[in-house]
Design a protein around this ligand. Structure first.
Ligand code: OAD
Length: 230
């Protein structure tokens, strides 16, 4: 069975009703990224950061996977598929994808601010518990923080993702501006000669590599690609 790796970004979830970050009217226009998504921002004002992710979490409970997520999940009928996502929502999982690597964390989880990666202090939230009261502590006594990789922090899942990319037979990129590293560098792990497809309404440059662009939204683009793959 051939292996497909799908790298996704905020545009993947746009048709579900979640805002992207860098488009006009994107999230970073409304909320200054330095305040709500950086390591420094967390240290300066953990209450604001907690409230920002409470707001995002609430939005996420009310959205559903779109056709694009569903068609990505359906690729598993014919291929071995790994989804590497920069998204913190769980729409790929809800659509049925069984192997999803979250590079930038998961919105529905919280963790210790002392050691975010210690699984003993991670909790998965439910609809009832998804609003975190600022000041709440993790079991190790540190402030409970969103399980999000802030700018300025290491990306622990990057080596697992790079390994997946190394043995991809087909590489698909959906809905990411490829502005944020190390995620944007993953394409460099894809072997030469492996076909690379990019689905995005805007033209995307993928480091000079020969790519097939499908300049459409995630749903329509995945429909077209599914036909193309046969
Ligand atoms: P961006 O907001 O930078 O890029 C979103 C991309 O989605 C753009 O290229 C859009 O053209 C495209 N897009 C818009 N609508 C679409 C649609 N309907 N279908 C397909 N594509 C569409 O978001 P990311 O590249 O995901 O990190 O941003 C990367 C990281 O930066 C995020 O994970 C987040 C952010 O800061 C953290 O918060 C740590």
């Amino acid at each position: 069975m051939k292996k497909i790796v799908v790298l996704t970004g905020a545009g993947m979830s746009a048709e579900s009703g979640l805002k992207t970050f860098r488009d006009a009217d994107g999230l970073w226009e409304e909320y200054p990224v330095q305040k709500v998504a950086t390591h420094e921002g967390w240290l300066n004002d953990p209450t604001l950061v907690t409230q920002f992710y409470n707001m995002l979490r609430k939005k996420c409970w009310n959205v559903k996977p779109n056709e694009g997520h569903k068609l990505v999940a359906e690729l598993e009928k014919k291929y071995k598929v790994t989804v590497v996502t920069q998204n913190v929502d769980n729409l790929h999982e809800q659509a049925g994808s069984t192997k999803v690597i979250h590079l930038h964390g998961e919105l529905m989880k919280v963790c210790s601010s002392n050691d975010p990666d210690d699984p003993r202090y991670q909790q998965t939230l439910t609809e009832e518990t998804c609003e975190i009261e600022p000041g709440t502590k993790a079991a190790d006594g540190s402030l409970l923080r969103p399980f999000i990789v802030f700018f300025g922090e290491a990306v622990p899942m990057i080596s697992a993702a790079a390994e997946e990319c190394q043995d991809a037979d087909i590489f698909i990129i959906i809905g990411t501006s490829l502005n944020v590293y190390p995620a944007a560098g993953l394409i460099n792990y894809v072997r030469p000669g492996v076909p690379v497809y990019v689905i995005d309404p805007k033209p995307i440059s993928a480091g000079g590599r020969n790519i097939t662009q499908i300049q459409k939204g995630a749903g329509e683009g995945m429909r077209e690609l599914t036909t193309l793959l046969g």
